[in-house]
Design a binder for this molecule. Structure first.
Ligand code: UDP
Length: 253
């Protein structure tokens, strides 16, 4: 089969032209990066796990009426998605203080927040994705006031859904990042959750032990990342109890 046209290659995914207009194929790579790509590695099996986990979360959201770009999974590493116009913001929801918020505000990691907090970061690697306010978003035209309100309510609905799903798997949803895109329908923009939802973009802590089951395992050198992601997939019933095969099959002589 002729290879599809590559439209974009990011740190963890590649986007190809889809089979029909308005669709894309999203390919999940095994590359992991952190600290604005200063730290990088190839984690065998990560792409397969994130493809399955993102399918699980996005199709769950679609099923409860939270619109996403996800159409269907195509194979181990690829999914068919709707083409959207990405809003250049990372939308972060936090339930528990951790990471950059703990550092910025001097709040101990693990402190329960009084309510979920939605933050926006401007997507620009050369600036290190700076935190921005709603005023910046409106003044610079990254989104309209209506879209801003819609982004907050989408983000909070995703938070409620993901928190519940994780709780059932005895996992605490500390925080997560989503990206949101516009789909134009009769000249009106409609917002949908885009990109991916996976342990690459969430903080997930075991409820009993506090063990980290997300990309902090890689960022902070806490163990094998694919094992942590397999554990999340196993608990959610996304993969059979046996670990996903993350290494290449061995030839038997
Ligand atoms: N996050 C992400 N991509 C980014 C920055 C953050 O997916 O470029 C996620 C991160 O995994 C965490 C949440 O957003 O779940 C909040 O991240 P934070 O601002 O604490 O930044 P970090 O400590 O990851 O630098």
């Amino acid at each position: 089969m002729a290879r599809r046209k590559k439209l974009y290659e990011g740190k963890a995914k590649i986007l190809y032209e889809g089979p029909e207009p308005g669709t894309l194929v999203q390919y999940f790579k095994d590359e992991a990066t952190a600290y604005n790509a200063e730290k990088r590695a190839t984690i065998e099996g990560k792409g397969v796990l994130n493809n399955r986990l993102s399918e699980f979360f996005m199709s769950g959201l679609n099923a409860i009426g939270v619109p996403t770009h996800f159409i269907r999974r195509l194979n181990m590493r690829e999914q068919l998605v709707r083409q959207v116009e990405i809003i250049p913001l990372e939308v972060v929801v936090r339930n528990i203080a951790a990471g950059s918020m703990s550092k910025r505000l001097g709040i101990d990691e693990g402190t329960q927040l009084p309510r979920p907090i939605v933050e926006f970061y401007y997507k620009d690697d050369s600036l290190g994705d700076p935190l921005v306010t709603e005023e910046h978003i409106i003044a610079f035209g990254w989104a309209s006031q209506q879209e801003l309100d819609d982004m907050i309510s989408l983000a909070l609905r995703v938070n409620d859904f993901l928190s519940g799903v994780m709780l059932a798997a005895r996992i605490r949803l500390v925080d997560f990042k989503i990206e949101i895109g516009r789909i134009w329908e009769n000249d009106y923009p409609r917002l949908v959750v885009a990109d991916e939802i996976s342990p690459d973009s969430c903080r997930l802590w075991d409820i009993e032990t506090g063990q980290k089951l997300d990309k902090d395992v890689f960022r902070r050198d806490l163990g094998n990342l694919a094992d942590a992601y397999s554990e999340v997939a196993r608990r959610l019933g996304v993969l059979p109890a046996a670990n996903v095969r993350t290494s290449k099959p061995k030839l038997i002589n």
